[in-house]
Design a protein around this ligand. Structure first.
Ligand SMILES: [Zn+2]
Length: 158
C-alpha cells in the first residue's frame, strides 16, 4: 500500500482503466501531475493554460457526445486551494471547447478532496480536475449519465 493514495482503483469503470490505475498504484505517483501525465494519459492536449491542461477524458462516460477534462497543473486536491485566477481560466477553457463544439448544453462537474475516515467522494484521481460533459441526446440508450458522488463502495473502511 502506498504511503499516500493518489488514485482509487475501485472507482474504475472499465477494465483497461483498472489496469492503468493498478500500474499507477504500483508506480506510487500521481498520474495527473505534469511530470507523470504523459505516461498514463494518452489523449491529445487541446489547450495548455497557465493553471490547467485541457484534454479529453481517457474513459468518457457512456452516452456522452463530448467529455472534456481540465487538469490543474500543480498538485492540489481541494476546491479551497484554487486561486481566483485559476477558477477564471477554467471557465475560459471550458467556454472555449463549448463554443468550438457548438455545445447546446451539458454539465460542468468537479469532485474534490477526500475524507480521512471514509476515503474519496467518487473521484478516481485525487489531483483536482473538472469535467465538461455533453450527453448524446440523439443516441442515448438506456440510462442517464451517472456521475457518482460519495460512492459507499469506495470506502476505505469497508
Ligand atoms: Zn498530482
Amino acid at each position: 500500500m502506498a504511503d499516500k493514495d493518489f488514485v482509487i482503483i475501485d472507482s474504475a469503470r472499465e477494465e483497461e482503466q483498472k489496469k492503468v490505475l493498478e500500474q499507477i498504484v504500483a508506480d506510487n505517483v500521481c498520474p495527473f501531475c505534469p511530470e507523470n501525465l504523459k505516461k498514463y494519459h494518452k489523449k491529445p492536449i487541446i489547450k495548455d493554460g497557465k493553471y490547467w491542461t485541457l484534454t479529453f477524458n481517457q474513459w468518457p462516460y457512456e452516452n456522452t457526445k463530448h467529455h472534456f477534462l481540465a487538469i490543474h497543473k500543480t498538485h492540489i486536491e481541494h476546491l479551497n486551494d484554487l486561486l481566483p485566477e485559476a477558477s477564471q481560466e477554467l471557465f475560459e477553457l471550458f467556454q472555449y471547447v463549448s463554443k468550438e463544439n457548438n455545445m447546446p448544453g451539458g454539465a460542468f462537474l468537479m469532485r474534490f478532496g477526500s475524507n480521512p475516515e471514509y476515503g474519496t467522494y467518487g473521484n478516481s484521481v485525487l489531483h483536482l480536475h473538472a469535467h465538461l460533459i455533453e450527453p448524446d441526446l440523439e443516441n442515448q440508450k438506456g440510462e442517464a449519465i451517472r456521475f457518482k458522488i460519495g460512492d459507499p463502495k469506495n470506502r476505505k473502511n469497508k
